[in-house]
Write a protein that binds this ligand. Structure first.
Ligand code: GKR
Ligand code: MG
Length: 447
């Protein structure tokens, strides 16, 4: 008998974060996610983790009547039903899209919600069929381990705020000691990379830019390359540079930057896909994005223009099936697949690892923020990186997460007790620069 979904629950949760800086401001002390828990008639639990905030939570709640009572084998049909319902609902929701922030685009994507329905059903199906989720995606599992990169950030000084940033929470090694402390120059960035490599074994690094003038950030990239000559290194200013600036900064960076993520955005009469194409052509550098190639229509334009050589197909934004479909396309078209991330718990990490395990061909080390959250897992076992990689064993069914209800409840309490909701990096930043406002063309600390 195919089990049916008996219950679907949406649990908004929060975890601690450092004061990470980016073009949109400073991360607040808590990051938020929505966890979806489904139980089936065989007593199994399936889970998903998607971006946080009340808009997504509400839309997930709307899906509950379309999910409960359905056999797990009908996951594709259930996702289709939810999509159809949500599209109709969107019209009525127009104008109430939650707080408009630099990250508001996140909440416009229905796929966040669809992933929240798709993934727990895949988890349950995998458990029922005794295969990992990767075996159910695309052409099936193609790799047994997945490489991740070390995602480096400039970190603001939490002592300049009265916000409850976590401090001194982990004395077990150098990474634990430094990850909540300010990091505002190239030496501190290199030190982050060293400490993160010691704990996780990362080979590759990404620096979140958009904080200081581009020249200073490029100095940090050069310092990283000097310290880690074999590392594949990228920088991501989230489209914060003008074309003129991006060319000036990156023209001579072949051999130092392996690829550049969203160096430029829409400019004058040109779309981001057009400026990215120009940047790619002039510098010869590979280009990655999570901003201008985020659905199939944009993908068609990006391919036609040759703007993006590394689409970062985050399963939270494409669904797990969709992310793997992008990977298959990349493999066929001589592009290389990668994954974007936001702060997340271990459930999202497992979702990325399972998607990547089904991604054929040559892929890039996946982005993850998890090093900033390490120790806050919601499963009974902590994820274990070896040599920068996570294993995806073929004999562990589903997502491989054994949910710890107590930890989930505690993360929910953290969310409620701190009045958490939708991400807004401007609030944290206003402690560093009073009256600070997001400007998509100016580094966060340049005002
Ligand atoms: O965590 O501040 C951050 C990042 O800037 C994140 O919000 C981005 O979505 O990591 C992401 C990216 O690659 O653009
Ligand atoms: Mg990015």
């Amino acid at each position: 008998m195919v089990p049916t979904i008996e219950h679907m629950e949406v649990v908004p949760v929060a975890g601690y974060d450092s004061m990470l800086l980016n073009l949109a401001g400073a991360h607040e002390p808590f990051f938020t996610r929505n966890v979806v828990v489904m139980t089936d008639s065989d007593g199994y639990t399936g889970v998903a983790e998607v971006p946080g905030g009340e808009v997504i939570a509400h839309r997930l709640e709307l899906c509950v009547p379309l999910v409960e009572g359905k056999p797990i084998s009908q996951w594709k049909g259930v996702v289709q039903d939810c999509e159809e319902m949500l599209k109709k609902h969107l019209a009525s929701e127009a104008g109430s899209n939650g707080v408009q922030t630099a990250h508001a685009m996140i909440f416009k994507k229905l796929t966040n919600v669809l992933t929240g329905v798709e993934t727990p059903m895949l988890d349950l199906l995998g458990k029922h069929m005794e295969v990992p989720v990767a075996a159910l995606l695309g052409d099936g599992q193609v790799r047994d381990e997945v490489r991740f990169l070390g995602y480096l950030f400039y970190v603001g000084d939490p002592d300049k705020t009265d916000l409850p940033y976590l401090r001194n929470d982990d004395d077990s090694d150098e990474w634990g000691r430094i990850r909540r402390e300010p990091a505002l120059d190239p030496d501190a960035i290199v030190h982050q990379a060293e400490a993160a490599q010691e704990r996780f074994g990362f080979h590759d690094f990404k620096l979140k830019g958009g904080v200081f003038p581009g020249e200073e950030e490029i100095e940090a990239v050069k310092a990283l390359k000097k310290r880690f000559p074999d590392a594949r290194i990228t920088i991501d200013p989230n489209q914060g540079w003008s074309m003129e600036e991006a060319l000036r900064l990156c023209r001579d960076m072949t051999g130092i930057l392996t690829y550049v993520e969203d160096p430029v955005g829409p400019e004058g009469r040109f779309s981001a896909r057009e400026t990215m194409a120009e940047f790619h052509r002039i510098t010869g550098l590979a280009t990655a994005t999570n901003m201008c190639d985020t659905d199939w229509r944009e993908m068609k334009a990006a391919i036609r223009l040759d703007s993006v050589t590394i689409p970062l197909a985050d399963p939270h934004f494409w669904t797990m099936e969709g992310a793997v479909r992008v990977a298959q396309l990349c493999n066929d078209l001589d592009l290389t697949w990668g994954v974007h991330s936001n702060n997340h718990f271990d459930i999202s990490l497992a979702m990325v690892a399972q998607s990547a395990a089904a991604a054929p061909g040559r892929i890039n080390a996946c982005d993850t923020h998890y090093m900033w959250q390490d120790g806050q897992h919601l499963g009974k076992k902590a994820p274990h990186f070896v040599d920068g990689c996570l294993k995806v064993p073929r004999d562990v069914p589903g997502l491989g997460i054994d949910l710890d209800r107590e930890k989930l409840d505690a993360a929910h309490r953290l969310y409620v007790d701190n009045g958490c909701g939708t991400r807004d990096d401007a609030r944290g930043m206003q402690y560093l620069i009073p009256g600070w406002q997001y400007d998509p063309h100016r580094p966060a600390l340049v005002r």
